[in-house]
Design a protein around this ligand. Structure first.
Ligand code: GLN
Length: 480
C-alpha cells in the first residue's frame, strides 16, 4: 500500500499537487479490497465505472477545472443508500436484486463534490443489529481481529475504512449504527443532529431517528465529509434549513475554556474496566488541556433503550409494510390470493431479526397496546430530550463511552437478543434526544482492541464536537 495510509485530507493534497491520480487510487483500493475480501465488508463493487469516472476527474483536473472538495477520492456507501443503477440490497434477500431507480441526496452530494463511489458496504439487514451478523450475505469481520464482530449496523462501512479499502464511507445511525462500529473498528464516526443530512433516497428504518453520517480514519476527514453531505433538501422536509458552517474552520482551536459535561449515569457498572480507565484518562487529558469538567445529571438515561425499541420498531413496522411482494423485490411464486402473496413474500424475504422488529412494532401500535407502549414511549422521549437539553445548557458537550465493552466475538451474542440490544445503551439516548454525537478512538484494551469515546453536542453544533475530538486526536496521534 502506498496511498491508502494517507488520510482523506492528505490524499486530496496529493491529488491536487499532481503526485497521484484518482485512477491510481481506485486501482490501489481494488487491490486492497481483493487482499482483504475475507472481511466481507462489501456487497457490490464498481471497478469499471469507478475507473471511468476517476479518469474523467483526472482529465478535468489536468485541464485546470474545479473538481470539487473530494475530487477523485474513492468512497463507499452503505447498502441502504440509493445510487442510480446500482443494487441497493439493505443486506436483505428481499432486495437482493433491487436496482436503485434514483440517487439519494447524500450520494449525489458526494458525487457532485467529485468523490468516486467504488462500492456498497455490507450491513445488518435493514440496519437492524449491532454486530453485522444479521446480513443475508454473511457477517462482516472486524479487521483488527477477524474472530470478532465489526459492530453494526454499519459494520461494512466501518470495516472498509478501518481495513483501508477506501478513504471514507457513509453509514446510517438510528440508535448507534455509525458510532458503535466506529468504536469497535477504531475509526471516527458521527451521527449528526436529526435533520442535518437529507434522508432522501436512504431506505427508511425508523424515520424519526435515522441519520446519515460519515465514517473516516481521522476527525478532520470526518468534518470534511460532513461539509459535503449536510444541508437542506427540497426532497426531504425533515432536512433542516439551519445554515451549514464550515466544520473545518474552528477545528484546530483547542479546548481551552470549553466545558465538558460528565454524567454519572454513563459510568454504570456495565462498563468494562479497560473502557472505564480509557474514559477516565481522556477526561483527565481534557482537564489538563484546559477544559473545565462539569458534572451533569441524566436521571432517565436507562429508560432510553426501552423507549428506543418501542418507537423504532413501531416505525420500522410501518416503513417495511411497503415490502409486500408487489412493488419491490422478492415475490413468492405460488400464492392463492393477494394476502397469501404478501404473507409468503414477506416470510421468504425477511430475516429473523427484521421479522422480530415488525412483530414488536405492530404489537405496540395495535389498539389496546398503543397507549400502554407507544404513547408512553413518546412521553418518556420528551423527558429524555429535556434532560439532555438541561445538561447541555451547563456545558459545550458531554463525554461518555461509545460502548460498554470492546468488540465481542462472532456468535457470542447472536443467541441473546437482550444482550445484543444492550450494546447500544450509550448510543441510543442520543437518537432519542435527536442531538449529534461523534465516536472516536481513545485507546486500546488489554487485547489490543480499540476503545471508543463519545462526545455528545447541542442541536446543530457538530462544529464543537469536531473541535473537541480533533484536540484529543491530535494529542494522541502517536498512540495509534
Ligand atoms: N443496534 C440498533 C438496532 O438494532 C441500532 C441500529 C441502527 O442504528 N440502525 O436497532
Amino acid at each position: 500500500m502506498k496511498y491508502l495510509d494517507y488520510s482523506l485530507t492528505e490524499i486530496i493534497d496529493l491529488l491536487n499537487s499532481g503526485q497521484v491520480t484518482s485512477q491510481e487510487l481506485v486501482r490501489e483500493c481494488f487491490d486492497r479490497i481483493k487482499e482483504t475480501q475475507d472481511l466481507n465488508a462489501l456487497n457490490s463493487t464498481y471497478f469499471d465505472e469507478a475507473m471511468k469516472r476517476a479518469g474523467e476527474i483526472d482529465a478535468a483536473r489536468a485541464r485546470g477545472e474545479n473538481v470539487g472538495a473530494l475530487g477523485g477520492v474513492p468512497v463507499v456507501l452503505k447498502d441502504n443508500i440509493n445510487y442510480l443503477g446500482t443494487r441497493t440490497t439493505c443486506a436483505s434477500k428481499f432486495l437482493e436484486n433491487f436496482v436503485s431507480p434514483y440517487t439519494a441526496t447524500c450520494a449525489s452530494k458526494l458525487h457532485d463534490a467529485g468523490a468516486v463511489i467504488i462500492a456498497k458496504a455490507n450491513m445488518d439487514e435493514f440496519a437492524m443489529g449491532s454486530s453485522n451478523e444479521n446480513s443475508a450475505f454473511g457477517a462482516v469481520r472486524n479487521p483488527v481481529d477477524t474472530s470478532r464482530v465489526p459492530g453494526g449496523s454499519s459494520g461494512g462501512s466501518a470495516c472498509t475504512v478501518a481495513a483501508r479499502q477506501c478513504f471514507a464511507s457513509l453509514g446510517t445511525d438510528t440508535g448507534g449504527s455509525i458510532r458503535e462500529p466506529a468504536s469497535f473498528c477504531g475509526v471516527v464516526g458521527i451521527k449528526p443532529t436529526y435533520g442535518r443530512v437529507s434522508r432522501y433516497g436512504v431506505v427508511a428504518f425508523a424515520s424519526s431517528l435515522d441519520q446519515v453520517g460519515p465514517l473516516t480514519r481521522t476527525v478532520k476527514d470526518n468534518a470534511l465529509m460532513l461539509n459535503v453531505i449536510a444541508g437542506a433538501d427540497d426532497m426531504d422536509m425533515t432536512a433542516s434549513k439551519v445554515a451549514v458552517p464550515d466544520y473545518l474552520a474552528d477545528i484546530d482551536k483547542g479546548v481551552k475554556g470549553l466545558k465538558i459535561g460528565v454524567a454519572k449515569q454513563f459510568f454504570s457498572d456495565k462498563l468494562s474496566g479497560d473502557v472505564r480507565t480509557a474514559l477516565e484518562q481522556a477526561i483527565e487529558w481534557y482537564k489538563e488541556a484546559g477544559a473545565e469538567i462539569v458534572t451533569v445529571d441524566l436521571p432517565s438515561l436507562d429508560t432510553a433503550l426501552a423507549v428506543y425499541y418501542v418507537i423504532s420498531s413501531a416505525e420500522a413496522a410501518s416503513n417495511l409494510a411497503r415490502f409486500d411482494g408487489v412493488k419491490y423485490g422478492v415475490r413468492a411464486e405460488n400464492y392463492a390470493d393477494v394476502v397469501d402473496l404478501y404473507f409468503k413474500s414477506r416470510t421468504q424475504g425477511f430475516g429473523k431479526e427484521v421479522k422480530r422488529r415488525i412483530m414488536l412494532g405492530n404489537y405496540v401500535l395495535s389498539s389496546g397496546y398503543y397507549d400502554a407502549f407507544y404513547r408512553k414511549a413518546k412521553r418518556v422521549q420528551k423527558v429524555i430530550r429535556n434532560e439532555f437539553s438541561e445538561a447541555l445548557k451547563m456545558c459545550d458537550c458531554l463525554i461518555s463511552p461509545t460502548t460498554a465493552t470492546t468488540a465481542f466475538k462472532l456468535g457470542e451474542k447472536s443467541g441473546d437478543h437482550v444482550a445484543m440490544y444492550l450494546t447500544d445503551i450509550f448510543t441510543v439516548p442520543v437518537n432519542i434526544a435527536s442531538v449529534p454525537a461523534i465516536s472516536l478512538p481513545c485507546g486500546k484494551d488489554g487485547q489490543g482492541l480499540p476503545i471508543g469515546m463519545q462526545l455528545i453536542g447541542k442541536h446543530f453544533d457538530e462544529a464543537t464536537l469536531y473541535r473537541v475530538a480533533n484536540a484529543f486526536e491530535t494529542a494522541h496521534k502517536e498512540d495509534k
